[in-house]
Design a protein around this ligand. Structure first.
Ligand SMILES: *Cc1c(COP(=O)(O)O)cnc(C)c1O
Length: 431
């Protein structure tokens, strides 16, 4: 597989091989991760990385783009069909630059953005003070209800009425429940704000019909392509309706519609040449996501998350909101006498990969928070069933309740080995 790489650069090859072995031998439970198909990876590792193509299909600043144009048209067309939107931009390098482009298109520096607070489950790019979104814009945040830990739309409405944002961002990285996009739309309309739905985590669930779609409600939708959607690292900006409801209010001098504003924000606004190999891999992943078995996969993600949640709840783990509607679980490990960092490290020592995470109203810090975040997309892609997830939940329970017992850790490691052997990862790859 890596024959040329091996010859040129044995050092890099060795790390790649070790990373493949790590992915194969571990239980990958980080909710933002997944395993892209070999087809996606072949497109990524292709000659398309050689080509410059600043601009858009039919309007490039470089020659020789007749085939690149076809690839990008394919990706855009598939994105539009899959999500049911009028326009798609598939050029953002990743999710953070894509959000930056949405802000650049819709806002002026200093405008107010209302997003979910980082400590409550939002993303850095939703107005966090150290991020571009909180430094060049006025970031204000909403959170979850202190008791239920669910979004409280009346509280969000009050913050919006007080702060008069020009953009409201809905979407999260650590929220285990459904998001009510219609409720966000009603708030946005009341204060005449744009609504950006960031569905990075849940895009695959939206495609599979497991999470309501933001398409009827959002002005702009951003999604990464590498999380539940299971494509290459990358992102897309989707425009449900190019005619912008606040156009006269916010762009009185501009004749540009929303699609044109977004496209111009990507280039010349923020980016240069698109990553054509990535665009091709996005086209492949969108084709895969349009197949009937993708829906089965999306359903299984939720079934698996709920099986894991039940197993952990049965062992008295404290689940934020008591369970999950989607692909992820947020767990407060402080009742176990552990910090999130300790829980992550202990699980790592038996080849179970999770990430430490702040829980709502956490009294600890992001680098040493009180919680861990678990998700099922990657294991579901490996073929794990609900019965497997029960076993995974039992191993996690044993490890986190007896983290200092070497015999428990040794047994857990054996169990992980058995479970991963039952569901081999990339069996077609030799090394
Ligand atoms: C992952 C994520 C992003 C950022 O994506 P990157 O590709 O890591 O830059 C943005 N928003 C949300 C909600 C995410 O989960």
């Amino acid at each position: 597989m890596l024959s040329h790489l091996k010859k040129t650069d044995p050092e890099t090859t060795s790390w790649l091989e070790q990373e493949l072995a790590r992915q194969r031998q571990g239980l990958e439970l980080i909710p933002s991760e997944n395993f892209a198909s070999l087809a996606v990876m072949e497109a990524l590792g292709s000659v398309l990385t050689n080509k410059y193509s600043e601009g858009y299909p039919g309007k490039r600043y470089y020659g020789g783009n007749q085939f690149i144009d076809q690839v990008e048209e394919l990706a855009r067309g598939r994105a539009k069909a899959l999500f049911g939107v009028e326009h798609a931009n598939v050029q953002p390098y990743s999710g953070s630059p894509a959000n930056q482009a949405a802000y650049f298109a819709l806002l002026k520096p200093g405008d107010t953005v209302l997003g979910m607070g980082l400590a409550q489950g939002g993303h850095l790019t939703h107005g966090y003070k150290l991020n571009f979104s909180g430094r060049y814009y006025q970031g204000v945040s909403y959170g979850v209800d202190p008791k239920t830990h669910r979004l409280d739309y009346e509280a969000i409405r009050k913050i919006a009425l007080q702060t008069k944002p020009k953009l409201i961002v809905c979407g999260a990285t650590a929220y285990p429940r459904l998001i009510d996009f219609a409720a966000f739309r009603a708030i946005a309309d009341e204060v005449q704000a744009y609504l950006l739905a960031d569905i990075s985590h849940i895009a695959g669930l939206v495609v599979g019909g497991l999470h309501p779609s933001p398409v009827p409600y959002a002005d702009v939708i951003m999604t990464t392509t590498h999380k539940t959607l299971r494509g290459p690292r990358g992102a897309m900006l989707l425009i449900p309706r190019v005619l912008d409801r606040f156009h006269d209010l916010y762009h009185p001098a501009s004749k540009r519609n929303l699609a044109e504003l977004i496209d111009a924000a990507i280039i010349p606004g923020l980016q240069g040449g698109p990553h054509n190999h990535q665009t091709a891999a996005i086209a492949v992943c969108l084709k895969e996501a349009a197949q009937p078995d993708f829906k089965t996969y999306a359903q299984q993600i939720v079934i698996n998350a709920q099986a894991l949640a039940k197993t952990l709840a049965r062992q008295n783990f404290r689940l934020i909101t008591g369970g999950t509607d989607n692909h992820l679980l947020l767990i407060d490990v402080s009742p176990l006498g552990l910090t999130g960092q300790q829980a992550e490290a202990t699980l790592d020592s038996v080849n179970i990969t999770v990430n430490k995470n702040l829980i709502p109203y956490d009294t600890r810090t992001p680098l040493d928070p009180s919680g861990i975040r678990l998700g099922t997309p990657a294991l579901t892609s490996r073929g794990f069933t609900a019965e497997d997830m029960i076993q995974v939940g039992e191993v996690i329970g044993q490890v986190l309740t007896q983290p200092g017992d070497p015999a428990v850790l040794a047994t857990a490691k054996q169990k992980v080995k058995a479970l991963t052997a039952e569901h081999p990862l990339y069996p077609e790859l030799k090394n």
